[in-house]
Design a protein around this ligand. Structure first.
Ligand SMILES: [Zn+2]
Length: 85
């Protein structure tokens, strides 16, 4: 398996990326989410590309991972209700 690589900062706006954690989080992860260090994604999606990183500057900027593990920077039109404070 090739190691996943992601841009250090958002190529669109230059902000940091925040990892999305799927599955059942423990209390440490809830605390990390409150600090804005991670986004909790809930259950693992069954199909389609999975958002694995959100841009801290604009949650429409995100990195998706497809079923082959390839990472793609996308600018979504979806207005997900994320607030990184
Ligand atoms: Zn961005």
């Amino acid at each position: 398996m090739p190691k996943k690589a992601k841009p250090k900062t958002c190529p669109t706006c230059g902000a940091e990326f925040i990892p999305v954690i799927y599955g059942m989080p423990g209390s440490e992860l809830f605390e990390a989410e409150e600090r804005g260090e991670v986004v909790l994604g809930g259950c693992v999606p069954d199909f389609g590309p999975t958002v694995t990183w959100y841009c801290k500057g604009n949650p429409r900027h995100r990195i998706e991972e497809d079923r082959r593990g390839r990472l793609t920077v996308v600018e979504s039109q979806d207005d997900d209700d994320l607030d990184f404070g």
